[in-house]
Design a binder for this molecule. Structure first.
Ligand code: NI
Length: 227
């Protein structure tokens, strides 16, 4: 499942994040890539332990924690400390690659299984050319470029790339989520059911049937969740 979450950051948060990124010191992204990915990775990244990165991590995590759709879709157990990258107009890109199954955070020492990958766009689509996030999945290939402040959730297992940036600068935050529900198909069923329940409530209010279905949702979650 590919899911577009709109306005994960408020306008104020986005402004704050952009100002911090503009003033920050960046390093070569290859420093943090695994053996397969390092060949493909041509971008810049904020050092994880820097004051700028820590402030922005807290900002992104706050935004995620208040986002009910993110919670419903990802059912997060652990969230990797958000990282930040920048692709400049010299054709910087990140060629086709797969993310490692277990990501080790240098900042926290924590290991996070990458059930879901997340990209939070921090530059407006009109600010750069190229730089699409290209995700390959069972239905083919999708090229994605979202408004600043919006986020894409996609399966951690997918082959993906960031196409070369030919003008302007692409800024994003990226991180991984280990879900309480490891199976993508089970997670998708729960998300669809939760969305349908929200719609039923909005259209018809509370009823015995929605109460019963809510119970079924939680019984499935209880059966599948690992906390
Ligand atoms: Ni990746």
């Amino acid at each position: 499942m590919l899911l577009h979450l709109k306005q994960v950051l408020t306008a104020d948060e986005l402004r704050e994040a952009r100002a911090t990124l503009a003033a920050a010191d960046w390093v070569d992204g290859a420093a943090t890539a695994g053996a397969q990915a390092v060949q493909a990775k041509h971008n810049e990244q904020l050092p994880q332990g820097s004051a700028a990165a820590q402030g922005l991590q807290a900002l992104v995590l706050r935004a995620l924690h208040r986002n009910a759709l993110f919670f419903s879709a990802a059912l997060p157990k652990k969230i990797f400390n958000p990282l930040f990258n920048r692709y400049g107009a010299s054709g910087q890109h990140y060629g086709r690659h797969v993310d490692g199954a277990v990501m080790h955070s240098r900042a926290t020492g924590e290991r996070v299984r990458s059930d879901l990958s997340c990209t939070l766009f921090l530059a407006e689509p009109g600010e750069y050319e190229g730089g699409e996030l290209v995700v390959e999945h069972s239905f083919g290939q999708q090229r994605i470029k979202l408004p600043a402040g919006d986020m894409l959730l996609y399966p951690g297992s997918s082959v993906h790339e960031v196409s070369p940036v030919t003008a302007g600068t692409r800024l994003a935050s990226f991180f991984w989520v280990e879900s309480m529900v490891r199976s993508e198909s089970q997670r998708s069923l729960l998300y669809q059911m939760d969305m349908s329940l929200m719609q039923l409530r909005a259209e018809h209010g509370e009823s015995d049937a929605t109460l019963q279905l809510t119970g079924t949702y939680h019984n499935l979650l209880r059966m599948w969740a690992d906390t």
